[in-house]
Design a protein around this ligand. Structure first.
Ligand SMILES: *[C@@H]1O[C@H](CO)[C@@H](O)[C@H](O)[C@H]1NC(C)=O
Ligand SMILES: *[C@@H]1O[C@H](CO)[C@@H](O)[C@H](O)[C@H]1NC(C)=O
Length: 294
């Protein structure tokens, strides 16, 4: 708009012709012509300035993280702290050859090796890292209502807050569902009684499993993956068959895991069992459960 306002001014101004025809030095110019030239230069300057400001606003709005397709990723302090970059990754969506697939070791029949793989992927035992207050506040939390790390937990200075990165809890939850798939191996004594009965000995078992199922469902809904799964004609199926092996933009979990390992608190179980609640601590009612308003 500023450009459009500037151009007609230059085109209609007689000074344009003057510049082409005038061969005399400035000293010979009439006062009026000189003044007009100053105005033209001033207008050119103002319109260029306004155009630049307009472009800066357009770019700032367009490139703002909230408008890009990597919103959460770019806004998370963890991505910056762990120097995470996204990369293109081909998912292994095989069905008939799932036991030969990339993640075959994770879906093998239950064993100590399989458990160890899942524990590694969910940072089991090293899931707690200390985060600076600024980052926790940036993520939207009220620092006054959170547990602060006692001074003897770390050599780092300043207020630090024990946190876990959500993906590790989600993988832990998927592992809980996996274990339920193999209940005959992990819970041989379990039967279906007392599913939702508070007095049942199995109540907490099902509560935990269903907490996990609910967490995973909500996260899948939340991220609502919009990638496309097309269909193909294949030699061995009469019906069109989906191509679940598709390219995705993925966070580098290996990089996140190494950052998490480097920053993990050691002996976290011992630390949790000896931590004292300070007199001044904010105490949440009940278990501090939060239900979104409906
Ligand atoms: C920190 O100090 C408290 C209180 O003195 C103690 O109970 C706890 O074991 C200590 N924790 C560590 C990790 O040293
Ligand atoms: C499940 O196990 C409990 C205790 O082990 C037993 O009392 C109950 O009858 C069992 N229920 C079923 C449906 O088998």
């Amino acid at each position: 708009m500023e450009e459009a306002a500037g151009i007609p001014l230059l085109q209609t101004n007689s000074c344009g012709e003057d510049f082409a025809e005038e061969k005399n030095p400035i000293t010979q110019m009439s006062r009026g012509t000189l003044k007009e030239r100053y105005w033209v230069i001033l207008w050119m300057f103002i319109s260029m300035l306004m155009t630049s400001v307009l472009w800066a606003i357009v770019l700032a709005v367009y490139l703002h993280p909230a408008r890009s397709n990597q919103t959460i990723y770019e806004q998370s302090p963890v991505a910056k702290l762990a120097s995470l970059k996204q990369h293109e990754h081909l998912i292994d969506g095989s069905l008939y050859s799932v036991y030969e697939s990339t993640y075959k070791s994770y879906i093998n029949a239950p064993s100590r090796d399989v458990d160890a793989l899942w524990d590694g992927l969910s940072a089991e035992g090293s899931e707690v890292v200390l985060m600076d207050g600024e980052s926790v506040k940036f993520a939207g939390f009220d620092l006054a209502k959170l547990v602060k790390a006692p001074a003897n937990w770390t050599t780092r200075t300043g207020d630090l807050y024990p946190v876990q990165i959500d993906v590790f809890h989600q993988i832990h939850c998927l592992d809980e569902v996996r274990k339920q798939m193999h209940a005959w191996h992990y819970y041989p004594e379990l039967n279906s009684s007392g599913f939702a009965q508070k007095t049942s000995p199995t109540f907490q078992h099902w509560q935990h499993k269903n907490h996990c199922l609910s967490i995973l469902l909500q996260n899948i809904i939340c991220h609502a993956d919009l990638d496309m799964v097309p269909h193909r004609w294949t030699e061995w199926s009469k019906l069109p068959f989906a191509q679940f092996s598709i390219k995705k933009r993925c966070t580098n979990l290996d990089a996140l895991l190494s950052w998490n390992k480097e920053n993990a608190l050691s002996d976290i179980k011992q630390k949790w069992s000896t931590i004292q609640r300070p007199e001044s601590a904010y105490v949440w009612p009940g278990y501090g459960e939060i239900h979104p308003d409906n």
